[in-house]
Ligand binder design. Structure first.
Ligand code: SF4
Ligand code: SF4
Length: 162
């Protein structure tokens, strides 16, 4: 595992996170490891470790976190957040970090491809005749190939942010 470089610590980043109500409290972490022990992604990939992400935050290692791909492995299952004895909002924190990384245009190709599909089609997966025939066989109604309402909503949101 890569060593952290404490010379890269960004104290402004720690203060910025401390002042954000919805993610404050991460300093209460006492490194019990419960988050990592219950994390399904950690079970599949030992390099992924939510406790390590929280410790990197406490140390202010902003760029180390935002430039890497590690936060994108989190599957948003909320197991860690629900189990943390100190109430650290681990999943919310990781989602906040994903938003910050997105603002810095550090998004893995797979995620940006899904984002483009959503923007263009309102769906990540296109429903075609084949899918609708399978649905009809089990008595389910047809679905449209694209979701115009979702496209319109997402376009509005992206236009506001860009
Ligand atoms: S479960 Fe909570 S207190 Fe325990 S290591 Fe994870 S973040 Fe820290
Ligand atoms: S929310 Fe993310 S970090 Fe937490 S347990 Fe699930 S996959 Fe692991």
């Amino acid at each position: 595992m890569k060593r952290v470089n404490l010379l890269e610590s960004d104290t402004d980043f720690i203060e910025e996170l401390d002042s954000a109500d919805f993610i404050g409290g991460f300093r209460d972490c006492f490194t019990c490891g419960t988050c990592t022990a219950g994390c399904p992604v950690h079970r599949a990939n030992e390099d992924y470790n939510p406790l390590r992400i929280i410790r990197m935050l406490v140390l202010g290692l902003k760029q180390e976190i935002l430039r890497g791909n590690i936060i994108w492995l989190c599957s948003d299952c909320y197991t860690c957040q629900e189990n943390c004895p100190m109430g650290v909002k681990i999943t919310d924190i990781i989602n906040h970090l994903k938003n910050l990384a997105t603002r810095e245009k550090n998004v893995p190709l797979g995620v940006s491809t899904q984002e483009k599909l959503l923007k263009d089609q309102g769906k990540i997966y296109i429903i075609d005749d084949f899918d609708n025939k399978k649905r009809a066989k089990v008595g389910l109604p047809s679905l449209p190939a694209m979701v115009e309402e979702a496209k319109a909503l997402l376009r509005q949101k992206w236009n506001r942010e860009t």
